[in-house]
Design a protein around this ligand. Structure first.
Ligand code: NAD
Length: 259
């Protein structure tokens, strides 16, 4: 018996064209879920779907900017289909911004808020009616930046704290509908998100900075997208039936052991 089977489940994964979202899409599809990737990056989504198909799974791309409500509503409605049903919602898409409060422009703040907060709000608001009949699982990607002071992450930390707050609120409000809502707070995970950060902020020294960042993690390296995806899989499965309203750090010890 496969205790993590997601056969006959329909999953939405935002940001499934890259990094952690790609790994989540592949892992969920491998367990039998039909995965709908909501992202703006079609090329990346096609690469994810090719990997899914190599493992015998099914993935569908829905081009969608999660910061635009109409695009979210249309994508979610079409994924729910005539049976008006969804089972798993993974709010993974997110963007970063580097800077303390003085270096954060109002435009930066608004942009981060639009994607990382409003995007998660729009997806949950649109999807919950399709989870209510049969119950379901929502997982929101927060960050340890919500609970630990991280240098030069003013706007980003604000958005991820909001993700934790929205998660708790939804978990509480939908207990009676058998909808479990949790969030995950990764530490540093090696994805294009981190590669872009190094390229932009340390041009020409990316490798040195990568080594330095890796060594600064208590466990001595950055996380791998698949490691986060495995936690997502567990939380989506019926094996996690007692877990709702929680925030899981997956950070190689960063938030508790860095002293
Ligand atoms: P990534 O940049 O590799 O992938 C992000 C994906 O989101 C991309 O496919 C991108 O096209 C998509 N996306 C961005 N804006 C979008 C929008 N408006 N609408 C739809 N799709 C959009 O990033 P990643 O490292 O895989 O990060 C995934 C999530 O994990 C993010 O929410 C991030 O904040 C969080 N996180 C990452 C790390 C890390 O170290 N990588 C640490 C903590 C939290």
């Amino acid at each position: 018996m496969n205790i993590f089977s997601l056969k006959n489940k329909k999953a939405i994964v935002t940001g499934g064209s890259s990094g952690i979202g790609r790994a989540i899409s592949i892992v969920l599809a491998k367990q039998g879920a039909l995965v709908y990737i909501l992202d703006m990056d079609e090329k990346g989504a096609n690469e994810t779907i090719t990997s899914i198909q190599k493992n015998g799974g099914n993935g569908v791309f829905k081009k969608c900017d999660i910061s635009i409500k109409k695009e979210v509503d249309d994508a979610i409605k079409s994924a729910a289909g005539s049976e008006k049903k969804l089972d798993i919602i993974i709010n993974n898409a997110g963007i970063a911004h580097i800077g303390n409060i003085e270096k954060t422009l109002a435009e930066d703040f608004n942009k981060l808020f639009s994607v990382n907060v409003k995007g998660v709000f729009y997806v949950m608001k649109s999807a919950i009616p399709f989870l209510k009949t049969n119950g379901g699982v929502i997982i929101n990607m927060a960050s340890i930046a919500a609970s630990v002071g991280i240098k030069d992450r003013f706007a980003y930390s604000m958005t991820k704290s909001a993700v934790v707050g929205m998660t708790l609120s939804v978990a509480k409000d939908y207990l009676d509908y058998n909808i479990r809502c949790n969030c995950i707070s990764p530490g540093r995970v090696h994805t294009p998100f981190v590669k872009g950060f190094l390229k932009k902020n340390y041009p020409g020294q990316e490798m040195d900075m990568f080594e330095k960042l890796s060594k600064s993690q208590p466990i001595g390296r950055m996380g791998r997208p698949k490691e986060v995806a495995n936690l997502v899989l567990y939380l989506c499965s019926d094996e996690a039936s007692f877990i709702t309203g929680s925030d899981y750090a997956i950070d190689g010890g960063f938030s508790r052991l860095n002293n």
